[in-house]
Design a protein around this ligand. Sequence first.
Ligand SMILES: [Zn+2]
Length: 282
Amino acid sequence: MERYTINDFNKQFPNDDACLEWLKNYLYPDGIFCNSCDKITPHSKLSNLPVYSCNRCGAHTHPMSGTIFERSRTPLKSWFYAMFLMSATRCGVSAKQLQRELGVTYKTAWRMFKEIRTLMQLTSKPMSGKVEVDECYIGGKSHGTRGRGAKGKTPVLGIVQRKGNVSAKTVKDVKGATLLPIVKEHILPESLVYTDELASYNKLRRHGYDHKRVHHASKIWVLGDAHTNTIEGFWSVLKRGINGVYHAVSEKYLQSYINEYAFRYNHRKDEQPMFLTILSRV
Ligand SMILES: [Zn+2]
């Protein structure tokens, strides 16, 4: 991904009008279709209103309607800037940081944060080839520790295609009956699946997967290409982020935090700046 800096941002989006113009061009790449004239017509922006009006008949078009910006009193540039901030670092920012940077109330920052995160939800394609599957535990009082069934922690199942995308999901437990359907939903049959020695993965072969295990208990971390280092890498960024940026995440919001991390991971190699990827989902 090319580096999109704060200077690039300010140059491309100097004010609210520039943001609205971007939105208009994005939503109506061939021009605005006027329902009254029943065709694409030239439009002009009304001064002081986020509205475009048909040059022929005067009918109005609101580019923000139906987007997360609708009914928000926060300036469009602040929304764009918040998206820029949330995509600019690998670990993300907190609502508290948004509040400081944007000069809005905490309540507003939190709402924006939540809305923008909905744009960073996953669109998962089925995975194939070499895929790593692993569980980790997040939350609880003493953070950072890893272990099965740790008290107060939420188990998360992670699936990552090597050199590809990641998908991670909170689960109620790590039993085979819970994990297998998720594996089958995300990984195409005949893929090579790497897991650790957890018994829940015993039936993978029976379900049509090629299966290799990593024996963490016997301290053999990497045996040939039988490792789960890719998903471990994702866990470490996720845990560092949740412990460092967010301090504590309630179970209720954990999945959307995870999705935000997965989004950044999955778009790390995008041609266009990640910020514009998020924006193109409004
Ligand atoms: Zn018209």
